[in-house]
Design a protein around this ligand. Structure first.
Ligand code: ADE
Length: 223
């Protein structure tokens, strides 16, 4: 039984999803003149949407939850707020996913209040409809059962986090058993992760949380 349902997302899927999302936006007959990415998850989809929708103006705001992969705190904060005059502009606010929707709601409120655009619409790749407090104007995939989307831009961070969670329960393990546990917990086989697997283990070692001894990984600190 997996402990966290994870969907490992490839770069090819990101490009394909963003193309199709752009197509939906175009088909609606609405065209933004400014794209605003919600940092950090919205960066890549926002940049691709600019390409596909022929929009040159791309900005960003950083609105985030205190993030640990697949564990969300329930407070969003807007970091580095700044003011702009967006009157007369149609803004497309872009993020990778609407989970609870807190960070997008905060970004939207802030932009509407402080930048005063003529119109603001929201586009995301995924919308987790049962938990989301908002529905984006444009989304590509409605997710009905909660899943952690392991996007390519958080691969190292997430894999490190996933491993460190295993080491909360396991003090000492061979690499072979660790790979088996990882697959059991997350439904991802480490060979799907290429170089990220090694990098994540190195990261835990360099943080002083893990060391390799006699062919085994050993947790050093209480985590
Ligand atoms: N960020 C917030 N919720 C997420 C999820 N379910 N998958 C990936 N990234 C997220």
């Amino acid at each position: 039984m997996v402990k966290v349902k994870v969907k490992l997302v490839s770069w090819e899927e990101i490009v394909d999803w963003s193309m199709r999302l752009a197509e939906n936006i175009r088909a609606s007959g609405w065209r933004p003149d400014v794209v605003v990415a919600v940092a950090r998850g919205g960066y890549v989809p926002a940049r691709l949407l600019c390409d596909f929708l022929e929009v040159t103006d791309l900005l960003s705001v950083q609105s985030q939850h205190w993030v640990e992969a697949a564990k969300m705190a329930d407070k969003a904060i807007l970091r580095y707020p700044y003011k702009l005059d967006m009157s007369g502009h149609k803004v497309l606010l872009v993020d990778d996913i609407v989970d609870t929707g807190e960070s997008l709601m905060l970004a939207r409120e802030y932009i509407m209040r402080e930048w005063r655009p003529q119109e603001l619409r929201i586009a995301t790749l995924q919308w987790i409809s049962p938990v989301a407090k908002i529905k984006p104007d444009y989304f590509l995939i409605e997710v009905k059962d909660w899943v952690w989307f392991q996007y390519p831009w958080t691969r190292l961070e997430d894999v490190t986090q996933f491993l460190s969670r295993i080491f909360k329960e396991v003090r000492e393990v061979t690499e072979e058993d660790l790979k088996r546990l990882f697959e059991e917990w997350y439904g991802i086989h480490p060979h799907e992760l290429g170089a990220y697997w090694e990098m994540a283990l190195r990261r835990l070692e360099s943080k002083g949380l893990l060391r390799k001894a006699d062919g085994k990984y050993v947790r050093i600190k209480e985590q």
